[in-house]
Design a protein around this ligand. Structure first.
Ligand SMILES: Nc1nc2c(ncn2[C@@H]2O[C@H](COP(=O)(O)OP(=O)(O)OP(=O)(O)O)[C@@H](O)[C@H]2O)c(=O)[nH]1
Ligand SMILES: [Mg+2]
Length: 343
């Protein structure tokens, strides 16, 4: 089984040190100062995990820095590498990115979040955020905020090489084997997390689709027909029974809301109905003192159709994520109804 691990992150946070620790040899240059690694490079080795032997390809990359030409070139290279790894992979292969962040740095840069999102969404490759140079195993503020910002991404803490404190005390390296084991064995779980979060994100961004609206419209039509039938059964009514027809319309409006997946109470429907629909359709009522069955039917039908059309248009101009926001949706429906008033 193969595992392609891309090790990336800002300069100096210990990417090459990780490579050397896994290779058990000083193959990659490391050191203080910026940009020690000047070229992206693959190091291959084999690694035993239980009864399995993995052939590891570690891709040590040039440190990324904000608005740097080298960064652009590095990113293009990394993207190319990810694309190739994806294409050449068998189903059992692991492709994972270890995004290194120095545990001692104070914050996670916005561009780093964007980069992780972009690369993981584009290539569907799981990311592990590796907190490097962790002298103790306590979760810090930085790691907590990363977990909040990107709950789909796994974080890990490591010290890739023994660390000597000023007094001479040595903190032994830890975490790297665990990181490897998790990356290799929990890979499929991580992948599912990436896909789920991608789907969720897409849904948030997506405009409500045509077929979804069509489905609403069909249901709305049936609902309106039902209310029109009920209105038809009223028979001859004196003008004083107009509130009864209004009551029917309010119930219909509330039901239409429900059918469009929007929340609403009858109070809300009454409010929107009396303020807007009555303004649209009041004229026939005012001139016909005795309500015939046909007039009642016509009234309910017109109100229902106008309202359903306004709902459809409001939903059409919304994103999935907005449908549950009553405030936004009410505003949109009002706008649509007001447009009809002018017609
Ligand atoms: N003791 C100890 N030193 C570390 C560790 N990680 C990084 N360092 C030190 O930090 C410095 C930078 O580490 P590198 O591995 O060269 O960092 P890099 O991310 O490859 O840096 P660039 O190649 O410039 O992007 C070196 O002096 C390392 O020895 C660690 O886990 N333990
Ligand atoms: Mg390096």
């Amino acid at each position: 089984m193969n595992a392609n691990i891309v090790i990336m992150g800002q300069s100096g946070n210990g990417k090459s040190t990780i490579v050397n620790a896994i290779m058990r040899k000083e193959v990659a240059p490391t050191g203080k100062g910026t940009a020690v690694t000047t070229k992206n490079q693959i190091y291959s080795t084999s690694y035993r995990l239980g009864n399995d032997f993995w052939s590891l390809n570690l891709y040590d990359t040039v440190g990324i820095e904000l608005s740097d030409k080298i960064t652009q070139a590095t990113l293009i290279d990394i993207e190319e590498h990810l694309r190739k790894s994806q294409m050449q992979s068998s189903t059992f292969d692991v492709n994972v990115v270890w995004f290194c962040i120095n545990n001692r740095s104070s914050r996670f840069q916005d561009y780093e979040i964007d980069l992780i999102r972009k690369l993981s969404y584009e290539y569907e490759i799981p990311f592990v955020i590796v907190m490097t140079q962790c002298l103790d195993n306590q979760i810090g503020e930085l790691e907590k905020s990363i977990q909040t910002e990107m709950p789909e991404v796994v974080t890990a803490r490591i010290l890739a090489k023994d660390y000597q404190l000023r007094g001479g005390t040595i903190i032994p390296a830890y975490g790297l084997n665990d990181l490897l084991r998790r990356s290799l064995t929990e890979y499929n779980k991580m992948k599912v997390r990436v896909l789920e979060s991608k789907l969720n994100d897409l849904q948030q961004k997506l405009e409500v689709s045509e077929w979804y609206i069509k489905n609403y419209e069909d249901k709305a039509k049936a609902c309106i027909e039902d209310y029109v039938d009920r209105a038809g059964k009223i028979g001859w009514l004196p003008g004083g029974c107009i509130p009864f027809v209004h009551g029917l319309c309010i119930k219909m409006v509330a039901e239409l809301h429900g059918l469009y997946g929007l929340s609403s109470s009858e109070d809300f429907a009454a409010n929107i109905f009396s303020h807007i629909i009555v303004g649209l359709l009041a004229t026939p009522f005012m001139v016909v003192p005795i309500l015939s069955s046909a007039v009642a039917r016509g009234y309910v039908e017109a109100a229902g159709e106008q309202y359903a059309e306004a709902l459809s248009n409001a939903v059409k101009h919304s994103k999935y994520s907005e449908l549950s926001n009553q405030k936004i949706m009410t505003e949109r429906i009002r706008k649509q109804l007001n447009l009809r008033k002018g017609r």
